[in-house]
Design a protein around this ligand. Structure first.
Ligand SMILES: [Zn+2]
Length: 271
């Protein structure tokens, strides 16, 4: 594979993409619910508007569901839909962990991705992002609300009144069931590492660690590993889901340049 050329091209692109991306990330983060609702009233027109707004990387866009406060959860299709490998990358399941949202927003707003089929959902938990809080608007930790190994948890890890009680959880499940990707990458922070606790595909986790410049670690969900997205996906799909934890304060260069490029390389794509 001619890796050197895409990397050089990516470098040239990245400085321009950085400015674009900072714009995109800032507007994504600052968008108010009312604007989101106005934009999200019609799935078809919202998708068409996004594709038509100068985002050459976006093949298609759709709203996969709505949050408790009726904000849309948007998925963007990038890359080659006919590629051998399909990946779904998720950011901001915890609304106060926005590194993934920046990385995936940059990929959405940057140059076309090649060699892989990639769906990005920069913001799984829009209400949490707007409130700068871990939980959704019902106070539920979405990463404890999935039905595999679900248990009633209270406090910081409040898992909801029952499995899949939250609309955000149901939207993600339905989308992942439909797409049935080979890999899911879910971004969190601040534990700084790629999780191989019970890993289904260690080589993929190692590839992510190398390309994202993160250590391999065994996270055990602080002892309360119940009802996580990773557990649910790995138990119900042939593909593998990996949790990636950024540090508490990654640099802008890391989020806007190294991490987007590293993710694409780890999943076998290029620009
Ligand atoms: Zn998290």
């Amino acid at each position: 594979m001619s890796r050197s050329r895409p990397m050089i091209a990516g470098l040239a692109l990245s400085s321009a993409a950085t400015l674009l991306a900072i714009h995109g990330a800032a507007s994504a983060g600052a968008t108010q619910p009312s604007t989101q609702q106005a934009q999200g009233g019609n799935v078809a027109s919202a998708g068409a508007a996004v594709v038509g707004e100068g985002r050459p990387a976006v093949v298609s866009a759709r709203i996969i569901g709505r949050s408790v406060k009726d904000n849309p959860i948007r998925a963007y299709e990038l890359g080659d839909p006919n590629a051998a490998v399909t990946v779904v990358a998720l950011g901001s399941m915890h609304g106060n962990e926005t590194g993934g949202q920046v990385v995936l927003g940059d990929l959405r707003d940057g140059n076309p991705v090649k060699g892989v089929h990639l769906w990005v959902i920069p913001r799984d938990n829009p209400d949490g992002v707007f409130r700068d809080q871990r939980h959704n608007a019902n106070g539920v930790d979405l990463n404890r609300n999935f039905p595999t190994n679900w248990k009633p948890l209270t406090g910081w890890y409040y898992s909801g009144p029952k499995p899949s009680s939250e609309p955000e959880t149901r939207a993600l499940k339905a989308f992942l069931n439909e797409i049935d990707p080979d890999y899911v990458v879910t971004f969190h922070s601040p534990l700084y590492g790629v999780d191989v606790y019970g890993a289904k595909d260690r080589p993929f986790a190692r590839r992510l660690a190398k390309e994202l410049q993160l250590p391999i670690k065994e996270f055990d969900c602080a002892g309360v590993c119940h009802g996580t997205l990773t557990q649910w996906f790995n138990a119900n799909h042939a593909g593998a889901c990996v949790t990636v934890e950024f540090s508490s304060s990654p640099t802008q260069r890391y989020l806007h340049v190294r991490a987007p490029r590293g993710l694409v390389r780890a999943i076998g794509g290029h620009f």
